[in-house]
Structures are given as C-alpha cells and as structure tokens.
Design a protein around this ligand. Structure first.
Ligand code: FES
Ligand code: FES
Length: 151
C-alpha cells in the first residue's frame, strides 16, 4: 500500500504492506534509523516518535494509520545543524552509554519539556516511565532532563 507521511517536515511516500508498523517504514523504507527497534511490543519506548504532536511507540502504529499524518522522529529534533537542547543535555550529562534507548528518551523528554518546561523529578519519572534503559540506572538521564529545562 502506498502511504504518504510528513516526516520531520518533509512529505515522503513509501510502499508498506498492510501489517507493517510505522517503525519499519521509517527505518527500512525511509532511511530514518534513529528510532530504535528493541522489543516491537510497546514495552521499551526505544521507538518513540511524535505522531500529530502525540508521543507514540512507532512499533505499535501501523504505517497505514499514519498515512496523511505528521511524524517527528529523533532526526527531526536538531535544527539548523544545532543539537536540540535535550540532545545536548544528554551528551553533557553523560546520560548515554550504549545509546540504544537514547533516541526514544530524547523524544519523550523533548515532548515533556515542550508541555512542561519545569517538571518536577516525579513528573520526569512519570513522563519517561515508558522508556527502558538497561545501562545508566536513570540518574544521569534525570540529570539530563533537568539540565535541558530552563535555568
Ligand atoms: S520497540 Fe517499540 S516500544 Fe520497544
Ligand atoms: S544507554 Fe544503553 S539502554 Fe540506555
């Protein structure tokens, strides 16, 4: 099936089979491997993207459901060659080890800070509760989100 998506501001088309996830379409057909495929069951958050401004697991959305809609992936966060503040904060805080969870966490944290620029630690934990990291123990990730918010 032919699907047309606006991805990171660009209208793109792809052929997707009827049961294909948005994640597979992004990674395998549209050349956007930033969103990671770890569980394919909605458990880990590594595939987090924004769909019409709402945070979703791209592995749980069919490509055909996204047809005609707007997707922002981690690749779309940086602008004009500059890292997004959340991306910079993750690097500066040392919140990245293997990095597999990082794109999903960055998208989820950017979503949180877009809605709530000064989240409490509990609000950060709640917002990132769908994103699993096997490496960092989460302390540095919290540091990064605190650092990315306004001073
Ligand atoms: S790959 Fe989508 S939630 Fe894990
Ligand atoms: S840095 Fe390895 S899973 Fe999070």
């Amino acid at each position: 099936m032919r699907v047309e998506l606006t991805v990171n501001g660009e209208v793109l088309e792809a052929d997707a089979w009827a049961g294909e996830s948005l994640l597979v379409t992004l990674r395998d057909r549209l050349g956007l491997p930033g969103s990671k495929n770890a569980c394919e069951q909605g458990e880990c958050g590594s595939c987090s993207v924004m769909l019409d401004g709402v945070l979703v697991c791209a592995c749980l959305v069919l490509a055909v459901q996204a047809d005609g809609h707007e997707v922002v992936t981690v690749e779309g966060l940086a602008a004009d060659g500059e890292l997004h503040p959340v991306q910079r904060a993750f690097a500066e805080a040392g919140a990245v080890q293997c990095g597999f969870c990082t794109p999903g966490l960055v998208v989820a944290a950017a979503d949180l800070l877009g809605r709530n620029p000064r989240p409490t630690d509990d609000e950060i934990r709640e917002a990132l509760s769908g994103n699993i990291c096997r490496c960092t123990g989460y302390a540095k990730i919290l540091d990064a989100v605190r650092r990315a918010g306004p001073a």
